[in-house]
Design a protein around this ligand. Structure first.
Ligand SMILES: [Ca+2]
Ligand SMILES: [Ca+2]
Length: 271
């Protein structure tokens, strides 16, 4: 008898479970992770219904901290997924805020999926920079004369005019380390030639590394490196003159040749 009662209870509970209706929030589609300051976005959420009833009424609420609060009444059909647009929101305050979506339906019996939250960052438009090339020092050169490092930096076109960028150039980390603040017009490509000269005093392979010290939308293009091979200077010899005596040379007289050779690379007279 007891076994029969438990079986009846199980069947009954099972039938109750099968009859449960559920409505839930699937996603906060908008606002996205980041919204630019003073732009307007249309908040958008996705909900679903797992119910046997036609025309279930659902109230959907969306809140963005204390900045925004909206509610939407809608009708949803069994098995349906709806993407709903709410009232526009103008992101006029910088910061990190919590977007909270919740729903209510009379026949809902599962409540864990009735709310969903995610952060949104509101920030001002950034100036975007990228280091494009390191034309100097060249890949191979001979030390002797100094070389002026050159960097090509690009700035994307955008609205805010005033931002500058800090550029750091290092050669083997410690041989050369210089930082400059430069201004580049929006949309322009500039060759920065204001770094001080580099005076390599030994041969070898050196790593030239450029870094833009900036927080912009794409960090991957903020660094660039190249290897430079520094070779010793040429030992460049040249004959400068051969001096011939003008007077008659007596036959049999020994005469020391006179020549004048110069080491051109060092401008150093060797004879
Ligand atoms: Ca639910
Ligand atoms: Ca960048």
């Amino acid at each position: 008898m007891r076994t029969a009662f438990m079986l009846f209870t199980t069947v009954l509970l099972g039938s109750v479970a099968l009859a449960q209706s559920d409505f839930g929030v699937l996603a906060i589609v908008s606002p996205p992770d980041t919204v630019l300051l003073d732009t307007e976005v249309v908040p958008q959420v996705r909900i679903y219904a797992d119910s046997d009833n036609d025309d279930d009424a659902v109230q959907v609420y969306l809140r963005i901290d204390t900045l925004y609060d909206d509610m939407l009444d809608t009708i949803i059909e069994p098995g349906e997924t709806l993407t709903l647009d709410l009232t526009e929101w103008t992101a006029d305050t910088e910061g990190v805020f919590t977007v909270l979506c919740s729903l209510y339906a009379d026949d809902d019996t599962l409540f864990d999926n009735d709310t969903l939250s995610q952060p949104v960052v509101v920030r001002a438009l950034r100036a975007n920079f990228a280091v494009e090339a390191i034309p100097s020092p060249p890949g191979t050169f001979r030390f002797g004369p100094d070389t002026i490092p050159l960097l090509v930096v690009i700035r994307a076109a955008e609205a805010n005019e005033d931002d500058s960028v800090t550029v750091r150039l290092q050669i083997d980390s410690t041989l050369y380390d210089e930082t400059l603040d430069v201004y580049i017009d929006p949309g322009a490509t500039d060759t920065i030639d204001e770094f001080s000269e580099w005076e390599p005093d030994s041969q070898g392979v050196f790593l030239v590394h450029c870094e833009l010290l900036v927080e912009d939308d794409t960090a991957a293009n903020d660094t660039l490196s190249k290897e430079v091979h520094v070779l010793p200077p040429w030992l460049d010899m040249a004959v400068a003159s051969i001096e011939v005596p003008e007077e008659t040379i007596p036959y049999g007289e020994a005469l020391a040749p006179i020549r004048d050779c110069r080491r051109v690379g060092q401008q150093q007279r060797v004879a």
